[in-house]
Design a protein around this ligand. Structure first.
Ligand SMILES: [Zn+2]
Length: 121
């Protein structure tokens, strides 16, 4: 199963820009140097956990200024299939006003139930 992880990277002061170059490593989707408790954040996608740890090890190996990493593994939820919205159709005409007494009469009725008016076809 494909795994996605956010890797928080601590680096030696002034070296976080180096991490941007790790975008070239296969599996690294994004790499940003950031402000805060960590110096860089990477988004890594791998085929499985083994692949993920390999990418992280490669990364640390290639960047000697990395002091430490914290890997946040994303929980995988497949996106729900969006169903097209139901189209509300206007209700079809089921009644009309009797021309004689103006009560509502069902369409198709041969005569008015209120006044007995006969409808012409
Ligand atoms: Zn009527």
């Amino acid at each position: 199963m494909v795994v996605l992880a956010y890797v928080l990277v601590k680096m030696k002061p002034g070296t976080s820009k180096e991490m941007v170059g790790s975008r070239l490593i296969k599996g690294v989707q994004m790499a940003h140097s950031v402000l805060g408790r960590y110096d860089a954040v990477l988004v890594i996608k791998a085929d499985d956990l083994k692949g993920l740890s390999k990418i992280i090890y490669d990364l640390i190996e290639k960047h000697p200024n990395v002091v430490g990493t914290e890997t946040l593994l994303a929980l995988f939820y497949p996106a729900k299939e969006e169903k097209p919205p139901k189209i509300e159709r206007p209700p079809s005409v089921i009644s009309h006003h009797c021309p004689s007494c103006h009560n509502l009469v069902e369409v198709g009725a041969p005569f008015c139930h209120f006044c007995g008016f006969r409808f012409e076809k």
